[in-house]
Design a protein around this ligand. Structure first.
Ligand code: ADP
Length: 242
């Protein structure tokens, strides 16, 4: 796509959103029968599935830790998730995102309860439209909770950035591509702690403060939707007598 002349017209973004507005968000917990925990998240045009397996015995054994479980995370984009077919398999970007997603989730999981175990988190991007690392983390946190793994808090994540000189919440891929700054943020909403913060581009100090506060506001909304998805999941379980 060619660069549009302007990304914000009369205070509205190309998709009609206000600068501080999230894309439509839908979260469903417990969507995969064979995973211990799972979640499906749509945020605008992003469609992301997260699956959790474990805690289970760590293989290969030499990776076992005697006093803690190990959280492993794999972020993967389906070949059909982007406009041009993405070459299947890991690349530098997915290895990096797998690492930062693991680091964003680790602080909330009581890993010390499961010595020698592995907890595996798979984040599968079915359709991508920017913000897939943050949406993947949002999905993975719900999947971990759905697996019944003891957690201190959830993790909610969203990207903020600067587009046409305006600080905006939840960038689309056009905004990511043509904007000047993209800052993915993940937080533990109850404790208000940051577990991921990356930045591509520049902010002044004041812009950074404004962007971070917008990220917290966005994460609060995401957190409410995460809790609602888990509540729905458990009420269905009770009805089914599971
Ligand atoms: P995030 O998805 O977390 O925002 P990036 O900033 O690296 O991560 O990517 C932004 C967007 O660029 C992705 O969500 C996707 O829409 C697009 N993208 C990423 N990798 C590819 C790729 N290999 N081919 C086409 N589009 C891609």
């Amino acid at each position: 796509m060619e660069k549009p002349e302007r990304l914000i017209v009369d205070g509205k973004r190309l998709d009609g959103r206000a600068p501080d507005e999230l894309r439509p968000l839908r979260i469903k917990a417990g969507v995969l029968k064979r995973a211990d925990g799972s979640a499906y998240v749509e945020l605008g045009r992003n469609k992301i599935l997260a699956a959790v397996y474990g805690p289970r015995e760590m293989h290969p054994r030499h990776l076992q830790q005697p006093d803690t479980a190990v959280l492993r995370c794999r972020y993967n984009m389906a070949p059909f998730s982007v406009e041009e077919r993405k070459r299947p398999g890991p690349d530098r970007r997915s290895v990096e995102i797998s690492k930062v997603a693991r680091e964003a989730l680790e602080p909330v999981v009581f890993l010390e309860l499961y010595p020698r175990a592995a907890i595996d988190v798979f984040i599968e991007v079915l359709q991508a439209d920017a913000g897939t690392r943050t949406t993947g983390i949002t999905a993975a946190a719900v999947a971990l909770a759905d697996a019944g793994i003891p957690m201190r808090d959830l993790v909610a994540a969203v990207a903020v950035g600067k587009v046409d000189g305006t600080i905006v919440l939840d960038l689309t891929s056009e905004e990511d591509q043509w904007g000047t700054t993209d800052m993915p943020v993940a937080i533990m909403p109850r404790k208000k702690l940051i577990t991921l913060l990356q930045m591509d581009g520049h902010f002044t100090g004041e812009e950074f403060r404004q962007a971070l506060s917008l990220a917290f506001k966005g994460c609060e909304q995401i957190y409410e939707a995460q809790k609602q998805a888990l509540r729905e999941r458990y009420s269905v379980k009770r009805e089914e007598g599971e």
